[in-house]
Design a protein around this ligand. Structure first.
Ligand SMILES: *Cc1c(COP(=O)(O)O)cnc(C)c1O
Length: 389
């Protein structure tokens, strides 16, 4: 049965696996056009290649990021897999430099996929104390001559803010390409493509979708050849986002700025309350001028915001005391603030840092809190209850 054109205000969810083609001649033309991996072919063929709902959402992401291209994938990890794989060429030895302060899943991907299965040898750049040493970074890059540098704008869970423009400049000076995971900063705080980054990725599971109800990844770029290579890789590996998730991402993206501003505001308010509490020994939030990378954050974002995560350490004389203090806090803020292992959700949620990243960050009093967009006073009341417990 032929579909009637409907005057829908949004691109609807097209759940077709395959699209109807009129005749054999058109079919061969459509397949020929598809192998060029352009962003907008005339006809859709198959939803793993390209889907109209996904394309409409990609256009919304391009508008948010200000990028020439945006591709969606099933998850942030799928976006990372695509972005890295397009830089791998057979017969060429890849020299890749990753900052060590990156998402745990990315570190596991490096160990399990890049090193164990693909045989790459990966170099890491570690912070010196609580910040990156940029002179050391220049020496590292000039000696190791990586062809790719990968970092996150704001690190997890310690919230080290990278001097993004400086890192891009350094990488370019020595001929390296740059991939940035900008999930924590979002395009509202910084747009790395404007400063010469080659690829920007986001876990759209977090702030871009913002309701903890889907997983998705974003790859943005302006380099046509790179992005066509990403389309090809996504198509053959099957990392395409589903039309249902694309539709939800598209509608939720329209409230992204409103939500994220409120989340950043809430983070600032909560950080101030925690900072003045005798129960808290330190607050890691780049908006506080006591944070080691406060100046870097201010320069990078122009003071538009400092992200929506606050990590803090509860006081205690011994490790056991800190652990008990932490557990009392978590119990007392329940059920208004729950322990949910993600971030960028609509509601404020938390994670005990030691339970997940204990090997790397063993402090038992550390809690990472991801601010929701509830009214700030409500969250502060709940947190005050937790601090009194
Ligand atoms: C969550 C996250 C990812 C992975 O995204 P998924 O959508 O979970 O696959 C990558 N980078 C950062 C910084 C993240 O927070």
């Amino acid at each position: 049965m032929k579909r009637k054109e409907i005057n829908s205000a949004r691109t609807p969810v097209y759940r077709d696996a395959g699209f109807e083609l009129p005749d054999a001649g058109t079919t061969s033309d459509a397949f020929a056009a598809e192998t060029d991996h352009e962003r907008e072919p005339d006809l859709y063929i198959y939803s793993r290649y390209r889907n109209p709902t996904v394309v409409a959402t990609e256009e919304a992401v391009m508008a948010t990021e200000g990028s020439g291209w945006a591709l969606l994938a099933q998850s942030g990890m799928a976006a990372i897999d695509i972005s890295l794989s397009i830089f791998q060429e057979s017969g060429r030895k890849s020299r890749w430099l990753f900052f060590s302060e990156i998402y745990g899943g990315t570190l596991s991907y490096i160990a399990s996929i890049l090193e164990k299965r693909r045989g790459l040898k990966i170099d890491f750049f570690k912070p010196t104390g609580a910040d990156y040493d940029y002179e050391l970074l220049e020496r590292t890059i000039s000696e190791a001559k990586p062809d790719l540098v990968y970092f996150e704008t704001i690190s997890n869970p310690l919230l080290i803010v990278a001097e993004g423009r400086r890192i891009i400049q350094l990488a370019k000076k020595y001929g390296a390409r740059v991939i940035i995971d900008n999930t924590f900063a979002t395009p509202l705080l910084w747009k790395p493509l404007d400063y010469g980054a080659d690829i920007v990725i986001h876990s759209a599971t977090k702030y871009l979708s913002g309701h903890g109800n889907l997983t998705a990844g974003v790859i943005c770029g302006n380099d046509k050849e790179l992005m066509k290579s990403a389309i090809e890789y996504r198509k053959f590996v099957g990392h395409m986002l589903s039309p249902d998730d694309a539709y939800r991402l598209q509608t939720q993206l329209s409230t992204f700025q409103l939500r994220f501003r409120q989340q950043c505001d809430n983070a600032a308010k909560v950080a101030a309350v925690l900072y003045s509490s005798p129960e808290v020994s330190s607050v890691l939030y780049p908006g506080l001028d006591t944070h080691v990378t406060h100046k870097a954050a201010k320069d990078l974002t122009g003071g538009r915001g400092y992200g929506a995560i606050v990590t803090f350490d509860l006081r205690g004389d011994t490790k056991d005391e800190k652990r008990a203090r932490r557990d009392r806090f978590i119990a007392a803020v329940y059920p208004d603030i729950r322990l949910i292992p993600t971030l960028g959700d609509a509601c404020t949620i938390l994670m005990p840092v030691e339970s997940v990243w204990g090997v790397k960050y063993p402090e038992p009093g550390l809690i990472r809190m991801s601010m929701g967009f509830e009214p700030g006073e409500e969250i502060i009341e709940v947190i005050s209850r937790g601090l009194r417990s």
